[in-house]
Design a protein around this ligand. Structure first.
Ligand code: NDP
Length: 267
């Protein structure tokens, strides 16, 4: 039986063990998958312990994705550009780092919600770790334009400059968002965690797809999208399951059925 885990702090509410057990049943692979609460300054020691005990791989969530990047000996292209790792695979003496967050988002948008990203105008709210993880996989779908808007404008500008060689990006402050429709708005801020809505022009939601990375509750962003005429509104549950599916495939070589698990987890 292969051993997997997810490291985080806090970790008690993580859905990852349930998601991965469902993938294991679907694919007929026997695994164990545990939640590990590491002290905020103790990720490296906890991970080393798990590897020492024969762990085959693990996921990493808040606040350890940067520590996991440091731990890995090799990094995928997505992990490198994100500067963060959410999936580790142990291969002999090698520790290989991957970042599946963007793959999870793109697969939810394109496969589950059946949306086209090619030639679309995409507005991302927020310029933190999640945005850094999703930018390259989104740009690989050839959007017409990818705009990053952040409360702290200089962070958005810096991010868009870092990714400009991969596609048409620009960055600015939230107050610079025009009061006119865009195709897709992705809320990658952590405002929903505090039950807040980023302060942005209402007109951009008309007819748009509005996607909140947060999951597990109806967020202020989703309410705002509904009130201002969005065409499609989604939370980030599909992204969560999608990133887990990409991790599972990275570890086992088997692609699980994410859609079935999303349906099982929906309230
Ligand atoms: P970070 O802490 O790295 O970044 C937070 C971002 O939110 C910053 O850009 C910050 O702006 C902005 N922000 C926070 N509060 C507000 C507010 N009230 N109004 C406007 N902007 C605000 O967080 P992450 O990037 O790691 O995570 C963002 C969200 O994505 C979280 O809710 C997380 O749970 C979710 N997530 C979901 C995943 C999934 O699988 N569904 C995967 C990964 C993340 P500033 O720079 O100005 O402070």
């Amino acid at each position: 039986m292969k051993r997997f885990a997810v490291f985080g702090n806090p970790i008690q509410h993580s859905l990852s063990p349930s998601i991965h057990q469902q993938f294991a049943e679907q694919t007929g692979i026997s695994i164990s998958y545990q939640k590990i609460l590491a002290p905020t300054d103790g990720f490296a020691a906890a991970a080393a312990d798990f590897i020492q005990q024969g762990g085959s791989g693990f996921n990493i969530t808040v606040p350890f994705k940067l520590d996991a990047f440091q731990l890995a000996h090799q990094h995928s292209a997505y992990a490198k550009i994100a500067g963060a790792v959410n999936t580790i695979k142990i291969q002999g003496a090698d520790i290989i780092g991957e970042n599946t967050d963007g793959t999870g988002l793109v697969s939810d948008l394109m496969e589950n919600l059946e949306l086209e990203l090619n030639a679309k105008t995409i507005l991302i709210l927020g310029a933190g770790g999640a945005t850094r993880g999703i930018l390259l996989p989104l740009l690989e779908q050839n959007p017409k334009r990818l705009m990053v808007a952040n409360r702290n404008a200089s962070k958005a500008l810096e991010l868009s400059e870092d990714f400009s060689k991969y596609g048409k990006t620009c960055g600015f402050g939230l107050e610079k968002i025009k009061n006119e429709p865009v195709d897709i708005i992705i809320n990658a801020t952590s405002a929903s965690l505090d039950n807040q809505m980023p302060a942005i022009a209402d007109g951009c939601a008309a007819g748009a797809v509005c996607y909140d990375l947060m999951y597990g509750k109806q967020t202020p962003f989703m309410n705002w999208a509904k009130a201002h005429g969005a065409r499609v509104i989604s939370d980030g549950l599909g992204m969560l399951v999608g990133q887990a599916a990409a991790s599972f495939e990275f570890w086992t070589g088997k692609k699980p059925d994410a859609q079935a698990v999303i349906q099982n987890l929906k309230p």
